[in-house]
Write a protein that binds this ligand. Sequence first.
Ligand code: PBG
Length: 327
Amino acid sequence: MAFPVNRPRRLRKNENLRRLVREARLSVDDLVYPVFVTHGRGVARPVESMPGICNYSIDRLLEELEEVAALNIPAVLPFGVPEAKDELGSGAYAEDGIIQQAVRAIKEAYPGLLVITDICLCEYTSHGHCGVVENGQVLNDPTLDLLARTAVSHARAGADMVAPSDMMDGRVGAIRRALDENGFADVPIMAYSAKYASAFYGPFREAAGSAPQFGDRKAYQMDPANSDEALREVWLDIEEGADIVMVKPALAYMDVIRRVKDDYGYPVAAYNVSGEYSMVKAAAQRGWVDEQRIVMEILTGLKRAGADIIITYHAKDAARWLREGRQ
Ligand code: PBG
């Protein structure tokens, strides 16, 4: 017998062999595309730190979504960039708020495209925090009612699914109860369960104008050092009625994605966040990395780690590349 007996390279010899033994497969079915929507008409304002991403007024967003629908991307995740903010983030739960208007318009123009809405106050509060602030503290329980109102108003506008991203304790339960009481028992919740206090959200805060005006989010978002705690957060959200659980950000937290998938067997979403996108874009623009290969490697890696759903600003590019048959 020739040494070595085991030669893993035998199965790597050519592309058809590699296809047969490939384990993780990225599909357009996995992708969710986040978009930023603002007031006005004819607005397509580029987000400087996120090349290829704009703040759109509703009319321009609908044009943008034509391609998203044509690429067969299953879902979009709109974020509101409101005109006015106040202490209690009332724009988040106003019946004619920017998201409520956008959801109605999207569902009318593209009834089959799933609209998942982010439930949070930070884009709508003057202080930029995700909850009610008193004496410099973000109060948990008084925030729950506002989040529940936001979720119900989104469902009323036609949202297919709601995604609480605030990290208040008990918010999934509060939202579940409010949805059920208002006739939306069939609207699922995708909970940002393990959401970390991360520097990777930097570009998003430029895009959505949602940076906290004082302090940081460490008293409600998770410590990047923890993963046992992520399992507890996921467990609590499942107990409270979450249908899909999320880990966010994605790349520095692939171990968390794997643990959550292995321990709970629930659908897991990974949010490939703004900073992760911007880093790839910046390096690609300089010619330092091959953008297409890097993006497909990242997204496939998230699948391999255990993500069922990937929320990514690369969704349109990835869908196009997948269509062209490039894994
Ligand atoms: C709202 C929210 C944020 C993101 C999604 N929902 C910002 C934050 O928590 O500061 C970040 C998304 C991204 O960076 O792409 N709370």
